[in-house]
Structures are given as structure tokens and as C-alpha cells.
Write a protein that binds this ligand. Structure first.
Ligand code: EPZ
Length: 430
């Protein structure tokens, strides 16, 4: 099993190209099940989760072809992938596939809308919290679906004439349930109005792509999304938006190690709240023609309190990385996690590097230390593992991160991108 070896202490200087967003690519790929025409997605990142979803969509009958294109001398792959699902050959998404990645549950929306039925395995628990599916079920029921749960599967059927548009207000903001309801409603009879919808940029990206396919969606990016059902959708060509979590992660890495880096092909507007927190911690952040420049020279890191929240709040997917940054702040900071109930598994691993963190309920208190010292640590989930990499970059000596398959789910060519900026990071295969 691969591990990542980091020798800390180097500043980061150079250019890091930002990949297409994993969390936009996944729902966009799933949207291809809504049409018998070809959906072409550009800027798709090369990640384990994308590969897994390719297998799942293939199981439902999608024909998928990939045009790999090497960009910038091998730093990143921005791939164009064509998805054509002329016929849905199987409306079941089995446990073996769904259990590997929660987002694969989202196929329930397109399958139900296009075929009138879907049998999708419950995704089960996940390391960062219980992550139930009640909002999906209640929302689809509001569109007149009949839903039964049996033997670990959600069996959903639409009325004979198809799903029926309705008003549904989510009791809690959910990115996934917003994606699914929006996709399902595109082919429903009549109009659907979703209240308390997620406002994340990835939801907007999906809505824009669906509109390019012929859907009639308005209000994306606000908490009320209106979808006027249409009879069918066509193909389209769509570029996946930049990964705001990857952008924020590298910005925090530079804030922690010091240095001067340009994050290319990304957009400040995608992560205002997180960039503001990094600025308050002492880094300079400016917009350039090609992306974002982040500089920290000299001055130490200042403590900053944050609370995670749905967009436009501070993203939960950057919480672990920000905690990494705060471990070396000059003073005490507090981080409160409000989205997932168990997303602090990085705390004990950061402690192995010398961080001083105590937990009280959903709030972590971080007392900054003047130095971290490298140690063997274990990745526990995607974002937690990258927080260990960031901390390792700033720690003295060697940090060895094991279970890096978590990183491969969401960070394209991490070690290459960091190495080109002067970091000492390498993958070690046992
Ligand atoms: C998406 O997950 C992202 N995943 C997550 O990123 C991200 O952390 C999360 O949104 C929040 O921003 C993808 O986009 C693939 P939610 P999702 O439904 O959609 C509760 C990463 O590291 N909830 O918005 O699954 C849920 O338990 C991943 O890239 C219900 O109670 O998240 C959580 O507390 C991890 N019932 C809250 O809502 C439901 O039916 C928000 O979850 C659904 C969700």
C-alpha cells in the first residue's frame, strides 16, 4: 500500500494548476443518465472517485470514452470524457458499488426520472458521520415517487405518467439531495420549487449543465430553485468548474509553510469565506490574470476562529486543513464543525506531530505551538489526510502518511504539484 513521505521545512514557491472539481464532476457525470444523447464533460479530474463512478455508470448502460490530454508537462490531466447512455440496461445500483462511494447513491434521481424506477443500495455509514438519506426519500416522495426500503435497498417507482412536480422545502441543507431532486425534477410533469436548497457552486454548475441539456432551471445559487419539467433532455458540452477545496487546501499549505504561489485556473469567488480566514491568519491573497496569488513572508500565523456552514459559509471540506494551519498559530483558535458530527479524526493524528488540540463537543480548541515535529501518521478520510500532508510540510523532519488511497480519491497529482513548488514529498510503494 502506498504511503506519502514528506520532509518538512521547505517554503512553497511556484505555480500550482488547479484541477476540475471532484464534487462537481461526480453529479455532472450522473446527469448523463438523464439523456440518450452524448454529454461531454471537459476538465474532469483524474481521481479514484471518478474512475469508480465510470464503472457504476457503465453498469447502468453508459458508453464512456476518455480523451486524455496531458497538460503542462505532466502536472495535471484535464480530461474530456464523453458519456452516452442510449438505453438504461439496469436500474439497480448494487451494494458492492454504492458502498464504495456515497455519491453513487445519487443515480436514484436520473434512473427514477428516466425509467420510472430505481433500486439503489443504501450507502451505509461513513467515517465522517452517519450521513442518512431521509432528505432524498422525503423529497422524491414529494414528487409522487413511491418508496420502500427493503433488504438494504431503496426501491423507488414513479407514477405511470412519470414524476409530478411539487413544492418541497428541505428541512436541512443538503448538497446531494439538492442535486438529486434537481435532476429528478428536470423530467417531471409540471414545475418543482425546491426551498432551502444548497447554494454550493457545484449545485450551480450542475444546474447550468442541465440547462445546456435543455432543462428549465432558475434560481440556482439561491436557496429557492425552480425547475420546469421538460419531456426530454439532449446532449451538451460542459466544462467542470475549478476545485475550490483543492484551491483552499494549497492556499492553506502556503500560509503554513510560507512562500509565494500562484494557484492557476481557479476563481476567488468560489471560496470567499475560506480565503478571508486565510488572510486573517496572515497571508496576502490577490487576484491575478491566471488565478490567485498567495504570499506569506516573515510574520507568523495568527489565530482565527471559524465555524463550518453550508455555502457561502466556511466549507466543512476545508475544516481539517484549516486546523492544520492553526496548529502553528501564535495563540489559541477555535474550530466548530456544524455539518458532520464526526469530522475530527485528524485531531489525534495532528497531535502525533506535536499539535495541542482539545475537543469539546463539536468545537476544537487549538493552542498554537512554535514547531511541529514529523512522525508516522494515518490518513482517515480524504480531507483529514491532506491536513496531515499540510502539517507535514511545515513540520521538522520526516512525516510518513499511510493509507493514502484516501488522498487519491480527491487530490489529483498532489505530490507532483507540491514538489514543483519546492516541497519534499514523495510516494513510497511498499
Ligand atoms: C457533499 O456531500 C460533498 N460530497 C461532501 O464532500 C461535503 O462535505 C458535503 O457535501 C457538505 O458540503 C460530494 O459532493 C460528492 P450533504 P453530501 O448532504 O451531499 C445531512 C468530500 O470530502 N443529511 O450536504 O453527502 C448529512 O448527514 C466530501 O469531498 C441528512 O441528514 O453532504 C450532513 O450532516 C465529504 N439527511 C448534512 O446533511 C440526508 O438525507 C449535509 O450533508 C442527507 C444529508
Amino acid at each position: 500500500m502506498d504511503r506519502i513521505r514528506i520532509v518538512g521545512g521547505n517554503k512553497l514557491n511556484g505555480v500550482i494548476p488547479i484541477s476540475g472539481a471532484k464534487n462537481a464532476a461526480l453529479p455532472l457525470m450522473i446527469a448523463s443518465l438523464l439523456t440518450d444523447d452524448t454529454l461531454t464533460l471537459e476538465n474532469v479530474p483524474h481521481l479514484a472517485d471518478v474512475e469508480q463512478l465510470i464503472r457504476i455508470l457503465g453498469n447502468h448502460g453508459a458508453d464512456i470514452s476518455v480523451n486524455g490530454r496531458r497538460e503542462r508537462q505532466g502536472e495535471s490531466y484535464a480530461r474530456t470524457i464523453h458519456f452516452t447512455c442510449r438505453n438504461i440496461v439496469d436500474t439497480t445500483a448494487p451494494y458492492e458499488l454504492v458502498s464504495k462511494m456515497r455519491a453513487s447513491f445519487w443515480v436514484i434521481g436520473p434512473l427514477l426520472a428516466r425509467e420510472g424506477k430505481a433500486r439503489v443500495s443504501l450507502p451505509g455509514g461513513c467515517a465522517i458521520g452517519t450521513r442518512p438519506v431521509d432528505l432524498f426519500i422525503e423529497g422524491l416522495k414529494a414528487l409522487s415517487a413511491n418508496i420502500e426500503i427493503d433488504g438494504g435497498y431503496v426501491n423507488a417507482t414513479a407514477p405511470a405518467g412519470g414524476l409530478i412536480g411539487a413544492r418541497y422545502t428541505f428541512p436541512k441543507v443538503s448538497v446531494g439531495a439538492t442535486h438529486v431532486l434537481m435532476m429528478a425534477a428536470t423530467l417531471a410533469n409540471g414545475t418543482t420549487v425546491l426551498g432551502n436548497a444548497a447554494r454550493e457552486p457545484e449545485v450551480v454548475d450542475l444546474a447550468n449543465c442541465l440547462n445546456a441539456m435543455g432543462a428549465k432551471i432558475t434560481g440556482q445559487g439561491t436557496s429557492t430553485i425552480t425547475i420546469e419539467g421538460v419531456r426530454s433532455l439532449s446532449g451538451a458540452r460542459h466544462r467542470v468548474l475549478p476545485d475550490r477545496i483543492e484551491t483552499g487546501t494549497y492556499a492553506m499549505a502556503v500560509a503554513m509553510t510560507g512562500g509565494d504561489v500562484i494557484l492557476e485556473d481557479t476563481d476567488m469567488a468560489l471560496l470567499d469565506t475560506a480565503l478571508e480566514a486565510i488572510r486573517r491568519a496572515g497571508a496576502e491573497i490577490t487576484e491575478t490574470n491566471s488565478g490567485i496569488r498567495i504570499v506569506r513572508n516573515g510574520a507568523g500565523i495568527k489565530p482565527v476562529d471559524i465555524v463550518t456552514d453550508p455555502f457561502p459559509g466556511f466549507p466543512t471540506d476545508l475544516q481539517a486543513q484549516f486546523m492544520g494551519l492553526m496548529t502553528m498559530a501564535k495563540g489559541t483558535s477555535h474550530i466548530t464543525e456544524t455539518i458532520f458530527e464526526n469530522r475530527f479524526m485528524h485531531v489525534q493524528e495532528l497531535a502525533r506531530l506535536g499539535a495541542k488540540i482539545s475537543l469539546s463537543g463539536q468545537t476544537a480548541k487549538i493552542e498554537g505551538v512554535s514547531r511541529l515535529k514529523g512522525a508516522p501518521v494515518m490518513a482517515t478520510d480524504l480531507r483529514a489526510s491532506v491536513s496531515l500532508v499540510i502539517a507535514g510540510l511545515a513540520a521538522e523532519g520526516e512525516t510518513m502518511v499511510s493509507r493514502v488511497y484516501h488522498l487519491d480519491r480527491g487530490f489529483e497529482r498532489l505530490e507532483e504539484k507540491l514538489t514543483r513548488c519546492g516541497a519534499h514529498v514523495e510516494r513510497v510503494s511498499d
